[in-house]
Write a protein that binds this ligand. Sequence first.
Ligand SMILES: [Fe+2]
Length: 165
Amino acid sequence: MTDALKVVPKTDSVETGVTDVAPIAEGLADVLADTYRLTFKTHAYHWNVEGPLFYSIHNLTEEHYENMFAAADELAERIRALGQFAPMNFAEIMQKSVIKDKDAQPSAGEMCEDLAADHERIAHRLHALVELTEGRRDVVTEDLATERSAFHEQAAWMLRAIAKG
Ligand SMILES: [Fe+2]
């Protein structure tokens, strides 16, 4: 094995002026875990939804899982830019996330309500992350968390609007 293949990743201290990176990286990892789990749930509902609103829900969920898949990458890379490790195994994703699976097969309306509630939960976690950045000079994470919150709040509104009536 060449030396280039023997490099094991290490955490690093950052000199960008962000102070106290550990709690911020943890907050980012929590949101990453939620984002990953909700990406999968959204994808699964996209596959299994039925009824007259199939097309609307199928298309909206596609927009949402594509957005969240890209966001997971951004969140993980922000953790790395803070010198910390991104999650490495799925057990960690399951343990950190507040997103729960449904036991029974949901109706189209229940799928929308369930996803909306999950988007709201993630928005709450993102608001907490914004508060965590205060005083730690992490404007990049603050900006990312604010942008992600806008997505989740909009997604919750759209899903609730479909579920009405
Ligand atoms: Fe698809």
